[in-house]
Design a protein around this ligand. Sequence first.
Ligand code: NOJ
Length: 460
Amino acid sequence: MKSPLRPTATCRPPLPKDFLWGTATSSYQIEGAVDEDGRGKSIWDIFSHTPGKIEDGSTGDRANEHYHRYKEDVALIKALGVKAYRFSIAWPRVFPEGFGQPNPEGLDFYDRLVDELLANGIEPYATLYHWDLPQALQDRVGGWSSSDTSKAFADYAAHVAARLTDRVKNVFTVNEVGRFVNFGYGWGIDAPGLKLPTAQLNQARHHVALAHGLAVQAIRAAGRVGTRVGPAENIAACVPAIPTPENIRAAEIATRELNAGFLGVVLEGKYTEGFLAYAGADAPKFTAEELKIIGAPNDFVGLNIYAPQYYVTASDRAPGFHVLPFPTSFPHMNSDWLRVGPEVIYWAPRLAAKIWNIENIYISENGTSSEDKISADGQVYDLDRIMFLRNYLSQMQRATAEGVPIRGYFLWSLMDNFEWIFGYGKRFGLYRVDFETQARVPKLSAAFYRDVVARNAIGG
Ligand code: NOJ
């Protein structure tokens, strides 16, 4: 007798043919080797060594020892079948004091890494700033509180561009301004641990936007013709609670207003009236010349997408949207902050592309932490990560099918690493890392992702 059960379609339609699959990490989270080859201190070295700042009392001193194990790690990337890798360059390796004389050995490691990636058919996507500000800049000028840091960043960007853009064709400037400014300079949670008043916080964010704009200029001037550049931002992602035309419009207004302090000014060359009115006397001080620099065209926009930040509905009253409260029962992943809302990876790029006319979007980060225990058979069955990826990737595929210009996707993260204030307690990797032995073991999600990449479609 024939079984009444028939295999159902096991995968959703493919993604665009040239879709770029990748994975991502950042310097302080994986490199270790903090005192080697002339590296200066970063604000995260000082912060992580300050008692009470990191949940498990750990630091990035050793981390994944990637500085020495990079060849092994490139092989791990290759085994996934992905064609791109997003990593970050540690500014204090290149300019130990933040500015002045570059360290002659500062870029050697990245030179080697880039060569190894290319030799393995993996396209390098370099991020210039993934939070490891040289401590000397913090001490001397107050870090992002000063536009001197913006200028120093441009010099650093020029130096990197001159040396690497013969091989690195894509550069992200700054990573997650929406996090590191607020958490580091506003709430004292991240390095450098400051709690500045709102006006100074807005000014610091403006200096980061200026740094981005100056870096774009510097890369265009010092880099090879054709080098592509853009930010990687954790867009405040607004989702229509029910997708009626009115609510979709409300989500669009909310996305524009709630991202006005960085993405908005970068992509429009001005702060919205709503942002300036809301900030009032605390609004940042700026010149027309600065806005011109900040608003210079980008080649792409990177969006780091994790949790939906706000569900909204339409409102007749200004500003035109309601932000709905989250019930305490809303589900989240292993990281408490990571509320599960797969549709966010559909809406955020769709709305951003419409509001700012973006032609090229990369999902510069997406992923989740998971308990990631080793089972008795030695395997890591991270079914929650697979569930998360399946759902998010399906929504991403929904977006590309509708023509939203998402060109690539970088899964966070290649391997477990130093998860900032959570230390090594939160594991985001496709590979499990034993931080004692430094052994890397593929989790089940690595096989899941390899299958997605190989078929260019989402299974299950
Ligand atoms: C965003 C950050 O860019 C990255 O450094 C961090 O590890 C992930 N989110 C996960 O929290």
